[in-house]
Design a protein around this ligand. Sequence first.
Ligand code: ADP
Ligand code: TRP
Length: 329
Amino acid sequence: MIKSNQPILVSGVQPSGVLHLGNYHGAIKNWLSLQHTHRSFFMIADFHALTSQAHVQDPRANYRYAMALDLLALGIDPEQACLFYQSDVPQHAELHLLLSMITPLQWLHRTPSFKDKEDKLSHEWLTHGFLGYPLLMSADILLYKAQAVPVGTDQLPHLELTREIARRFNHLYGVAQFPIPEATLTDSPLLPGLDGEKMSKSHGNTIHLSDDPDTLTQKIKRMKTDPKRIRRDDPGTPEDCPVFTYQQLYDASESEQLAVDCRAGRIGCVDCKARCAQAVNHTLAEFHDTRQRLSHQPQKIHDTMNAGAEQARTVATATVSEVKQAMQL
Ligand code: ADP
Ligand code: TRP
């Protein structure tokens, strides 16, 4: 990957499950296109996956290999982009520690990911690691001096924190160490899950890219629809129906007609869902074939991830050394 004159891009995904459609539409779709125009660093953020309690209760909750398989089968190209496991690059932890020295506690306390869970988690699991999770993400981004960060809208507060940390570091040490990174959003940066809430691994409402066609069809069958529609011929409101969001993405040429029929009560939710499942399955068929083929080449995946980590370490080592120099270490 020799792309020294291209803008730098960094992003990550937590391996606390396999990839779901929300990850794809909110972030990975952009990874796939931007890898050709940016010097890209994509990490499977396995340190991040340790910041919730799930990994202790279920040791299988580390899906990092499955995640690598998903990303490579989708078309992340190791010739174009650097793909690696975060924990293979210890400089993430080192920069996290260094940045923690200039991060006011209040900045971490006020991030929505912490505030949302502060009252829900038991004291035992309200950990230092969980509080520091957004700062670890800042370290991930600043380590490579990223300018662009493709993420879904749920990550925007973390990106804002990163921008504040970068400004603060540059100001305190009088250096232009870090560029101020910008978020890059897709046109569907917040995809609803089966229950109509944000699709997320932690909400149990996901459709996985690797779900087999039967599983996927069953999941869409039990998806929430417009709550005001009770009988088949009741007029519907497609804008209030998560299934319609999927139709716009997967059955785009027909979605306008489907909306007209739904509003007129001419098509029922059961038929609509069957069509929708068929369209999603059709789109995912090629990915499933590629993933199946790749799954027989574990050594190749292992080698790819090792090579990615080596490239990432070269850049990361240089940044940490600059940061230590600025901090007079
Ligand atoms: P999860 O929330 O399921 O744990 P991650 O936190 O690993 O997923 O998210 C990886 C990327 O996918 C992030 O950029 C995040 O913003 C994006 N993302 C996750 N869920 C959604 C969603 N429902 N809609 C759009 N983007 C999403
Ligand atoms: N925190 C992100 C999430 O939960 C994943 C992530 C880790 C990330 N490191 C990153 C995203 C760096 C962008 C840049 O979705």
